[in-house]
Design a binder for this molecule. Structure first.
Ligand SMILES: Cc1cc2nc3c(=O)[nH]c(=O)nc-3n(C[C@H](O)[C@H](O)[C@H](O)COP(=O)(O)OP(=O)(O)OC[C@H]3O[C@@H](n4cnc5c(N)ncnc54)[C@H](O)[C@@H]3O)c2cc1C
Length: 371
């Protein structure tokens, strides 16, 4: 165990997958940890309460995220082993590429350099993985055979349970920042370090963060394709996977909704435009499923930064903000927690990319933003 000197007690606010994973790693590294959360596990306002999230290493030219995602992929497999449950389904991920030298090919170069399993397939060959898929608009397909899908809500629940087992004190309540103190329903908690991992609620807690909140609707269609690789269509900003858990085939647009979404908003059904956009894609890529009825739908939000890089910053001594996941944070959580544990211990300097500097508006780590 590391000798942390005087920095022993850490308060983590927010038990989404980022906060819960961090609390677990900190406790396992010998810290005393308090984890504060205001909402129940399955509450749909929590981004980590979504049914499923994709796990993939391709991140264009970014080695940082590719490396972290690959570490996390192995961490998810280790979690399966540890709890004896298939929380992560390594069914592979296909990236449908329209250009012969586009984002997918640049990603493949990085993955190959990092020895992360991947292969570029001829579109006709890729199409054989699905019962039926239209591929005449594709030039190449990047296949990550060891990527897959994580059952997100369940993973968050299990990680929080492991954190509790590792000695983390869980407190239910709404936290308010007060310097190094955390006020929870009238009680004052004081830590040597405090980490605010509050997802879409961060802009309401701290001024000046480069984070906007956008509404995101998720659509599943009542089709029974199981065991097929998940897929991302970077150029069309769409992604999905086959049926997992009887919820139907996920086909969802990754286009960001209007900013200004209030994460407290009631979740009373998806927008007609979201269904239309998903159906358009379904009809284009998997035409035989065009008329399939809707299955599970969910309304959630992204906490996006202009450049899709996260926010990890010490806003005053001992007080950290962790957020701005930009819709691509779930997969990284266990590896990010290891990185942060080292940052909080003063062993690793936080990468400047995560700071409060002004950021250019660029998409690319998750989606092209085009349809
Ligand atoms: C539709 C959709 C699809 C996505 N797809 C993918 C994907 O395929 N792959 C991927 O890697 N990522 C994906 N993501 C992103 C991923 O879900 C998020 O990166 C991840 O869930 C963020 O976790 P978090 O812990 O930061 O936030 P959250 O899960 O929102 O957790 C924040 C927590 O803080 C709590 N909180 C807030 N304020 C307070 C307070 N004052 N006091 C106490 N508690 C508080 C909240 O209740 C909440 O539980 C997707 C997101 C969405 C919405």
């Amino acid at each position: 165990m590391t000798d942390y000197g005087t920095v022993q007690n850490v308060i983590v606010v927010g038990a989404g997958i980022w906060g819960a994973s961090l609390a677990l790693r900190l406790a396992e590294s010998g810290r005393r940890v308090t984890l504060v959360e205001r909402l129940a596990g399955a509450d749909p306002r929590r981004a980590s309460a979504g049914e499923t999230r994709l796990v993939r290493s391709a991140h264009g030219t970014s080695e940082f995220y590719a490396r972290m995602a690959w570490q996390a992929t192995r961490d998810w497999l280790a979690l399966n082993e540890r709890v004896g449950e298939e929380i992560f389904l390594p069914q592979g991920v296909m990236w449908f590429g329209r250009e012969p030298d586009g984002w997918e090919v640049r990603s493949a170069e990085v993955l190959k350099d990092l020895d992360i399993p991947c292969t570029l397939l001829d579109p006709a060959e890729a199409a054989m993985f699905y019962p039926e898929m239209r591929h005449d608009d594709l030039a190449t397909v990047l296949y990550e055979p060891e990527a897959g899908v994580v059952r997100a809500r369940r993973a968050t629940e299990v990680t929080t349970g492991l954190a509790r087992d590792a000695g983390v004190t869980l407190i239910t309540g709404t936290a308010v920042p007060d310097g190094r103190n955390v006020l929870v329903d009238g009680e004052i908690l004081t830590g040597d370090q405090v980490v605010w991992a509050c997802g879409a609620w961060l802009p309401g807690l701290f001024e000046g963060l480069p984070i906007e909140v956008t509404r995101q609707d998720t659509t599943h269609f009542a089709a029974g394709w199981t065991g097929v690789p998940a897929f991302c269509d970077y150029s069309s900003s769409a992604y999905g996977h086959g049926d997992i858990g009887g919820h139907g085939m996920k086909i969802t647009s990754d286009v960001e909704g209007e900013p200004g979404f209030d994460p407290e908003s009631p979740r009373d059904g998806i927008l007609a435009s979201s269904e239309r956009r998903a159906r358009d894609y379904l009809a284009r890529r998997f035409p035989s499923l065009a008329g399939t009825p809707l299955g599970l739908t969910q309304v959630c939000q992204y906490a996006v930064t202009p450049d899709a890089e996260w926010v990890i910053t010490e806003i005053e001594e001992g007080v950290w903000v962790l957020g701005g996941d930009s819709g691509h944070g779930f997969k990284h959580a266990p590896a990010l927690a290891t990185y942060l544990t080292s940052v909080l211990a003063g062993e690793t300097a936080v990468d400047p990319r995560f700071g409060l500097h002004s950021r250019d508006s660029v998409r690319g780590l998750r989606t092209s933003g085009e349809t």
